[in-house]
Design a protein around this ligand. Structure first.
Ligand code: ZN
Length: 250
């Protein structure tokens, strides 16, 4: 391989048509972090690139470094999660896992942990016995925020350390006890706080074993939304708009 070529395992985070026959894809790679590449001619029927450029694809990719954008020059699909395209109930949640990863992870450093987490999220959601998709999204989001260094503090009062901390402040980044909380904090139930901690700490494949009532699910979603709005300048996520418009659990 020439110096300007490189290879990496990667996950397709975003894919759109470009010009007459090309695709522009954003990938999260194990070796080089997040990158955008052009797949020339990928929409032609006989293109050797066509199979690897769809959203929700895990593959091994070869690139050529370009002046502005890199070119995709070869690919080998490992897993293609076509089920997300076919199952309208799963699609918004799969898109959420992918969009939140895209927004939280940036830079060109090797990203094995975010890659492994997203691949595991796709695999769990597409499995024959999937966890509650909304709860999977909450656990996934906390873990990805943790990897990105933005996680809300859930281990007790952020100010004094008291374990009696059920008041959540998005602005101040975590839980507070009644003495340390300010007027912007809102109360969560003790069960919801315990569940949020479990979601952050337990391996993603254990989400299936956790029970979440409908009110707890709403509280978790409210907490996550408030935190996202305040700290992560990520704008509107299409997945969340879809979840709302389809009346699915947030
Ligand atoms: Zn306190």
């Amino acid at each position: 391989m020439s110096e300007r070529s490189y290879k990496s395992d990667a996950l397709v985070l975003y894919s759109r048509n470009l010009g007459e026959a090309d695709r522009l894809i954003t990938l999260l790679t194990w070796e080089k972090g997040k990158l955008t590449a052009v797949a020339r001619g990928a929409r032609k029927i006989k293109s050797k690139l066509a199979a690897g450029v769809d959203l929700f694809t895990y593959g091994h990719y070869q690139f050529h470094r370009g002046r502005s954008l890199d070119l995709l020059t070869g690919q080998q699909v490992r897993e293609h999660f076509a089920i997300f395209r076919d199952d309208v109930g799963l699609y918004p949640y799969a898109l959420f896992l992918t969009e939140i990863t895209d927004r939280l992870i940036s830079g060109e450093e090797p990203s094995p942990a975010p890659c492994a987490l997203l691949l595991e999220g796709w695999r769990l959601l597409s499995s024959t016995d999937p966890p509650d998709p909304a709860l999977l999204c909450r656990a996934f989001e906390l873990k990805m925020m943790d990897l990105a260094g933005f996680c809300p503090y859930l281990q007790g009062c952020l100010q004094c350390g008291s374990p009696e901390a059920l008041l959540f402040s998005a602005r101040r980044g975590g839980l507070f006890c009644p003495r340390c909380a300010e007027s912007d904090a809102f109360r969560l139930s003790a069960g919801t706080v315990a569940l949020a901690r479990r979601l952050l700490e337990a391996p993603l494949d254990r989400v299936k074993l956790l029970r979440c009532s409908a009110p707890q699910g709403r509280e978790l979603a409210g907490m996550a939304a408030a935190f996202r709005r305040y700290h992560l300048d990520i704008g509107k996520l299409r997945s969340l708009q879809l979840i709302k418009s389809m009346n699915l659990a947030p």
